[in-house]
Design a protein around this ligand. Structure first.
Ligand code: ADP
Length: 400
């Protein structure tokens, strides 16, 4: 048995899980929020015991956050001592074209990650800070990077290329990369198990619907297309992100609102999506409550969101000459029967028959299609941390 720490470092947050492998048992998990800001919050649950600290004066930076986490892992008896941590897996948003699999981290790898920050300036620098801070605190513990983009590196050029001058792809790396790969890969494996069929024989459409949302076409276990693009802004409508739109809108908006490109981009990232359409919230639970009360903008937000996903399912089924199963995962996909029903309505023409009773399920693995439905629909809670822990054990060659 070995202990693996799975880390997701953001610019002001640090999310973690400590897993015992190969059992994949979660010993401890938690979150440090508001690093470098006022009123930071540290919460963790270890073997069922909850600890929440809201009275810490300041967590100035990631160095302090890592120290705090390691201190409490021992204090809460998640591990007897820090020597019991056998490996650390870090989520890294962007692996560019260089990484089609996770990688063991060394100095050269960190240099390579830094070069990739240009492609993901909002995410990669914070992820890299996390890697460096854990290396400082636990220099002898092997660490592995797991990329959001890696699973989508199997996309053919016809999927990942934008129809702009080809030189821009070669010169600047402008292409579709896709994200949420770790999640799409995890549910792919689970779907093959649940369907009891070899993964290389099935065609899947995976709908990862959280605050960020992306759809992937997975043919024979390989991602062949996905809705997010050069950045996670593209694809379907999301909580606060616009998803796809006519690029000519950007200069038009800049002129009309007298804003810079950066400010318009900020609106498309943070004030659009279901928040923009509903006018009051990006959180699907709030929108569902208001829609039930008859708020027409809330109903519109649900319809816009669901219709975009619906259309991706149709186009990805076309791309694969059919589909064997549609998967719903992440916060909304796992929990919202309302969105699942709206997305699936009118797909009977391609063999999708959802059972409204089975669709009531929340947060559990379950088929929600009728047994006779030619295309199966499956709810599968995602588990990116388990994927990070598995890859850490595999690539750091940690023996149980
Ligand atoms: P993130 O992308 O931040 O990881 P999550 O996967 O946690 O996001 O998903 C967050 C979304 O899931 C929010 O829109 C939230 O409203 C929605 N959600 C969570 N639980 C439920 C629920 N029980 N019913 C409907 N929506 C839910």
């Amino acid at each position: 048995m070995v202990n693996i720490l799975a880390i997701n470092a953001g610019s002001s947050s640090l999310k973690f899980q400590l897993l015992q492998m190969p059992e994949e048992h979660v010993v401890s998990k938690g979150l440090i929020e508001r690093i470098g800001l006022k009123e930071p919050i540290f919460s963790m649950t270890t073997n069922g015991n909850k600890l929440e600290l809201t009275d810490i004066e300041k967590i100035s930076n990631h160095t302090e956050a890592v120290q705090l986490l390691l201190h409490h892992l021992v204090e809460q008896k998640a591990v007897n001592s820090l020597h019991d941590i056998d490996g650390i897996g870090h989520r890294l948003v962007h692996g560019g074209e260089q990484y089609s699999d996770s990688v063991l981290i060394d100095e050269q790898a960190i240099e390579a990650f830094e070069k990739l920050s240009d492609l993901a300036p909002l995410h990669n620098p914070a992820n890299i800070t996390g890697i460096k801070e854990f290396h400082k605190a636990l220099p002898h513990v092997p660490a592995v990077a797991v990329f959001d983009t890696a699973f989508h590196q199997t996309m053919p050029e016809s999927s990942f290329l934008y129809s702009i001058p080809y030189d821009y792809y070669k010169k600047y790396g402008i292409r579709k990369y896709g994200f949420h790969g770790t999640s799409h890969k995890y549910v792919t494996g689970r779907a093959a198990d649940l369907l009891n069929r070899p993964v290389d024989k099935i065609r899947l459409i995976s709908c990862h619907l959280g605050n960020g949302a992306s759809i992937a076409a997975i043919d024979g276990g390989r991602s062949i297309d996905t809705s997010m693009g050069f950045t996670p802004l593209a694809g379907v409508t999301m909580g606060t992100r616009s998803g796809n739109l006519d690029p000519a809108l950007i200069p038009f908006l800049m002129e009309k609102t007298d804003k810079s490109a950066e400010e318009v981009l900020d609106i498309l990232n943070k004030k659009s999506g279901m928040l923009g359409v509903s006018g009051f919230s990006s959180d699907l639970r709030d929108i569902e409550v208001e829609a039930l009360k008859g708020n027409s903008r809330a109903q519109l937000a649900l319809d816009v969101f669901a219709s975009r996903i619906h259309k991706y399912i149709g186009s990805y089924a076309a791309r694969m000459n059919g589909v064997d199963a549609i998967i719903f995962t992440a916060g909304i996909g796992e929990n919202s029967d309302v969105i699942r029903a709206k997305v699936l309505a009118g797909l009977q023409f391609m063999g999708v028959y959802m059972d409204p009773d089975l669709n009531k399920i929340r947060g559990k693995e379950a088929f929600i299609s009728y047994p006779h439905s030619p295309v199966k629909v499956i709810v599968i809670p995602t588990n990116e941390e388990v994927m990070i822990a598995r890859d850490t054990v595999r690539l750091a060659n940690i023996k149980h």
